[in-house]
Design a protein around this ligand. Structure first.
Ligand SMILES: Nc1ncnc2c1ncn2[C@@H]1O[C@H](COP(=O)(O)OP(=O)(O)OP(=O)(O)O)[C@@H](O)[C@H]1O
Length: 691
């Protein structure tokens, strides 16, 4: 068997020994046997008649004692390791880079090699221990000497131990007398390494191109204009959207100086202002109104500006509001809908406007019908969340379990009957907006605990779920109860009360602001009818005298009633509902008596619809029923006129409500109209039997 020739490698450190011996092994290993030692570990006692390669001339003295004169010694010339060069090639042109090594000579040599190899786009700052003029950069490059890199450096690129260069390899082959036989194979292995590096770079280049294309698509896909330029004013990004604002396309703009593209001096000054890191300003550019937001990327020395077309933004907001409206998630009321000029209501409105400006939880206290929802909605619409949803929930209207799943949602399989895929709760749907929890005093202690957690953590877990969902919702709650006394009795959690009651608003009862009654009367009349209604003074007197325990809702109902029963365009005292008349105690007025003339059976309360009118309406609906048609209000108006009953559309609506309450008809929205029920048919049958 042919024995291989021997080569001995002597290095200073273990790391260098391993790296160089691996290199020699990969190039010469097939032909020679390689032994390696380092002075850091252990050197051989004596070497005789060997071919010895020293890793550097710097170790000559350290290893001299183990070398016999019979040895043939070659001192390696070293060069940077190409394998890691791609990391340097990917650094931006002109970047400051510290080159770190143990001695000034090795630093100098390596920097020169890098420059000669064409990696000359970087600004190299030499660094070695004890350097007199230390310059700092964020990036350091080192051939394996990580421990020498100063701490301040943010990124270290280890380009590995410097390797033996090809001239040394040739020298070794020459020394062994095998250069002619082996030269081709060995130079191919070197070339192979360079090809691998090129491949790596080509791949990186391809990836960068793909990423660029992708980013271009993203930039051109957004609705806002995006502009960026470097510290010299050269435009680096100019997306499609900007084309419609500046009438210049990206191809013409990128690479140009910003002054060549933007002619408006005020805009130019704003964009190039370096006194603040970011700023917003409104501009009209070529008839387009835009909000420009400017900010800097100091690390990249780049300025970025986004251009938001305000017309588009407004129509998007409108569309969003429309969508919320469609879902019913919109606050219907604004402060302008809160009627009254009494001192009490004006003061309350002023406080509420101030509370709207904050984002804190708010508890509204007020008797039933005082306008708690009206205030909650107005506060939402005046607040920073006005473009988000407004959801009102009446906590007393639902059972505990239903309210829990309505508020917090549930995951699939949370309970029998749970919808596939689970369901979003109202809290999730109110994201970015306000949730109004009416009658909060009625929620169970279990739900109080759950609600408290949501308010504290600002996150929720759906019923039957484990996922924690962050939420951003303002909570406005309302109650007509005395929560303080509920707390004393242990019915309401004090900690929850304090969470809900960060801000507090008390609404005045109507009896405390009776001066507003004429205004409210006028407001509701105009809301309900287009006719110019007249109201007898005595009616107003009665309305003012009443204590209105049901507050504005009760007043509103009373006005609806009067509109329904009045004849023509005048509301007279005998149109007042009996409850309102009752304030006079035993003194039943002429008005009430007059009303009782048209009343049907009950002594106590007059029916809300006169029987003749009811009969006429039912017979019209019945006629339509026989011909298979549903009844519309407009249609009924005409039919009733033919029967000699003159009513306005509003009056018909109210009467239909009353007939529906009796269960005789069902009203459907839109074109479906009104239809008779079984009880309605029974009523007709009885009427026919009577006649
Ligand atoms: N100041 C006001 N101006 C005009 N309308 C009002 C005013 N206050 C209340 N209303 C009307 O009165 C009715 C009752 O108001 P709202 O539902 O807001 O009361 P509430 O206090 O939330 O009642 P509850 O808690 O008993 O349900 C609504 O139709 C509302 O539009």
């Amino acid at each position: 068997m042919e024995t291989k020739n021997q080569i001995v490698l002597l290095a200073g450190t273990k790391e260098t020994r391993i790296a160089l011996s691996r290199q020699l092994q990969s190039i010469l290993g097939d032909y020679f046997h390689i032994r390696s030692y380092s002075s850091e570990e252990m050197l051989p006692t004596r070497l005789e008649n060997e071919i010895v390669i020293l890793s550097s001339y710097l170790i000559k003295r350290e290893v001299a004692h183990c070398l016999n004169e019979s040895c043939r010694v070659i001192t390696a010339r070293r060069t940077v390791n190409y394998e890691f060069m791609d990391q340097l090639l990917q650094l931006p042109e002109g970047s400051d880079v510290m080159y770190v090594n143990d001695f000034p000579q090795t630093v100098e040599q390596s920097v020169q090699t890098l420059i000669h190899l064409g990696i000359n786009h970087l600004n190299y700052l030499p660094y070695y221990p004890g350097i007199p003029h230390y310059q700092h950069a964020d990036i350091a490059v080192t051939p394996g000497e990580m421990h020498l890199v100063p701490k301040k450096v943010k990124r270290i690129i280890n380009i590995g131990v410097r390797l033996i260069d090809i001239t040394t390899i040739t020298e070794i082959l020459n020394e062994l007398g095998v250069l002619d036989d082996r030269a081709t194979g060995i130079s191919e292995r070197f070339t192979e390494k360079i090809i691998q590096l090129s491949k790596k770079l080509a791949l990186a280049n391809q990836k960068a191109l793909q990423l660029n294309e992708h980013l271009d698509k993203v930039l051109n896909g957004v609705n806002d204009g995006i502009l960026s330029f470097d510290h010299t004013g050269k435009i680096t990004v100019f997306n499609e959207e900007l084309k419609s604002i500046f009438s210049t396309d990206s191809k013409q703009a990128v690479g140009k100086h910003i002054k060549q593209i933007i002619k408006d001096n005020e805009l130019l000054n704003f964009l190039t202002d370096t006194t603040s890191e970011q700023s917003d300003q409104f501009f009209t550019i070529n008839d387009t109104n835009v909000m420009v937001h400017r900010f800097t990327l100091p690390a990249e020395n780049t300025m970025i500006a986004t251009f938001k077309n305000t017309n588009t933004t407004i129509s998007m907001e409108k569309a969003a509001r429309h969508e919320l409206k469609r879902k019913g998630y919109i606050g219907k009321y604004f402060f302008s809908d809160i009627i009254g000029d009494s001192e009490e209501i004006v003061r309350t409105k002023n406080i509420a406007k101030k509370l709207a400006a904050t984002d804190l939880s708010l508890l509204i206290q007020g008797e039933s019908g005082t306008g708690k929802e009206l205030f909650a909605s107005s506060i939402h619409n005046e607040s920073g969340r006005r473009n988000g949803p407004f959801l009102a929930v009446n906590c007393s209207a639902l059972s505990e379990d239903l309210l829990e799943s309505e508020l917090f949602g549930y995951e699939e399989g949370a309970f029998t009957g749970a919808k596939k895929g689970g369901k979003q709760g109202l809290f999730e749907q109110a994201e970015g907006g306000t949730i109004f929890l009416d009658e909060i005093g009625d929620i169970s202690v279990k739900l109080q605990t759950r609600l408290l957690r949501v308010l504290q953590e600002k996150e929720l877990r759906r019923v039957g779920g484990t996922r924690v969902l962050p939420i951003d919702v303002r909570v406005i709650s309302a109650t007509n109860k005395d929560l303080a006394s509920d707390i004393k009795q242990g019915l309401f959690r004090e900690d929850l009360y304090h969470r809900l009651n960060v801000l507090y608003l008390k609404l005045p009862a109507l009896r405390e602001r009776k001066g507003d009654i004429p205004l409210l009367l006028n407001h509701f009349l105009t809301m309900r009818t287009t006719k110019k209604m007249k109201v007898e003074n005595e009616v107003v007197g009665h309305l003012i005298n009443r204590s209105w325990t049901g507050n504005i809702r009760e007043l509103k109902n009373a006005i609806d009633y009067m509109l329904a029963v009045c004849n023509g365009e005048k509301i007279k005292v005998n149109d007042l509902p009996q409850e309102v008349m009752r304030i006079r105690g035993d003194e039943r007025t002429f008005a009430a008596e007059a009303f009782s003339e048209v009343s049907a059976t009950s002594e106590e309360l007059p029916p809300l619809i006169a029987p003749e009118e009811e009969a006429a309406i039912m017979s019209c609906i019945y006629r339509n029923h026989l011909s298979g048609k549903a009844s519309s209000r407009k249609g009924l108006l005409k039919d009733l006129e033919l029967e000699g009953v003159t009513l306005t559309e509003a009056q018909i609506r109210l009467r239909l409500d009353l007939v529906e309450q009796k269960g005789f008809i069902v009203k459907a929205k839109g074109r479906k109209g009104t239809r008779l029920t079984e009880s309605g048919l029974l009523y007709i049958k009885n009427e026919l039997d009577k006649s």
